[in-house]
Write a protein that binds this ligand. Structure first.
Ligand code: SF4
Length: 332
């Protein structure tokens, strides 16, 4: 029962595929989790769909002994860090993240040596080895609060997302904050000119920025610089986006984020015309989790995610601090 790929972003799956995936998952005592940027078929078969932090919390609280994480590798690692006693599977371990890959643990250690005593704040898009070198993790929705919790007299090293870092530095007017020059390859599809052009072409539409992942943090930064009319722009979580669209009565909403997000929005509010600022803003890593790979994963128990227990213990402290400081949703 092998699904046939038809076009990027869409698949033609065997009608029995979803039933078979669910039956195999039950047999394995597995819960199926899918990130918002997954292919629609994967989102529809999953038990839970959400951002990586919400999914990691669900993974930790789930009764199931196995977690099948349909997302990218650092997310599955974060689930393993929070649930060390569970088996965590990712349908294709090659599904990486250009942002997480922009800094290694060795590079971070060197950076720390240049700034002794500095507090290290890492966006959650980092490998387990980098989290182990981190004081506190953050999401895009609580990055400002996390950095604000560090005393002003202490230097801050913020990584790896330069746009989120620049946004936080501007909001907090914090000069002693050093920002790593990392970026996500998808954000190039959501640039300032594109945002401004779309806002002009659709003057009646609201322009919603969903800072879910590295792909949208450049939009978050640009919105703050006035690149697009302030009255049109709203920075929102998924739930907040639907509520805001209903509240304004907008018939059309332009969404600045990865295109996978549109599936949940259209399901939640079918009467609203949600449009991507750029239809080509698609994360190739996320789309590596194909229906075929998911079927193989629940059937054969592949690919298992392992995190060194000592690294996991250190990374857990940084992730738990992030959870304590709070994340109101919409974080990566
Ligand atoms: S959209 Fe960018 S930041 Fe998010 S998983 Fe893909 S490569 Fe990483």
């Amino acid at each position: 029962m092998v699904p046939t790929l038809t076009a990027p972003g869409s698949t033609a799956v065997d009608p029995g595929w979803a039933d078979e995936v669910r039956a195999l998952a039950r047999r394995r005592d597995a819960v199926l989790l899918a990130h918002n940027y997954q292919l629609p078929e994967i989102q529809d078969v999953a038990d839970h769909v959400g951002d990586s932090l919400a999914l990691s919390r669900i993974a930790a609280e789930a009764d199931a002994s196995t977690i099948v994480f349909c997302g990218v590798h650092f997310m599955a690692e974060t689930a393993k860090i929070l649930s060390p006693g569970k088996t965590v599977l990712i349908p294709d371990a090659r599904a990486g993240c250009s942002l997480a890959d922009s800094i290694t643990a060795d590079q971070l250690r060197e950076w720390k040596a240049e700034h002794p005593g500095a507090a290290v704040v890492s966006y959650v898009n980092t490998t387990a080895a980098v989290k182990a070198e981190t004081d506190v993790c953050c999401t895009s929705s609580n990055a400002v609060e996390v950095v604000a919790s560090i005393p002003r007299e202490r230097e801050v090293l913020f990584l790896p997302d330069q746009f989120l870092g620049a946004h936080v530095r501007r909001v907090l007017d914090r000069e002693d904050m050093h920002v790593w020059a990392g970026e996500c390859h998808v954000h190039a599809g959501i640039n300032g000119r594109q945002l401004a052009d779309q806002a002009r072409a659709h003057p009646e539409a609201d322009l919603f920025v969903h800072p879910e992942c590295g792909c949208a943090t450049s939009a978050l930064y640009l919105a703050g610089t006035g690149a697009v009319p302030e009255e049109q722009v709203k920075i929102l979580s998924t739930g907040g986006m639907i509520e805001a669209a209903r509240a304004t009565g907008a018939k059309e909403v332009l969404v600045a984020t990865e295109v996978g997000m549109l599936h949940q929005l259209r399901r939640a509010a079918p009467e609203i015309d949600f449009r991507a600022v750029n239809e080509r803003a698609s994360c190739t890593y996320m789309k590596m989790i194909t229906p075929e790979a998911l079927l193989r994963s629940v059937r054969d128990g592949t690919d298992e995610v392992h995190v060194d227990p000592e690294l996991a213990a250190r990374g857990r402290v940084a992730v738990q601090r992030m959870i304590e400081i709070g994340s109101s949703g919409g974080g990566e």
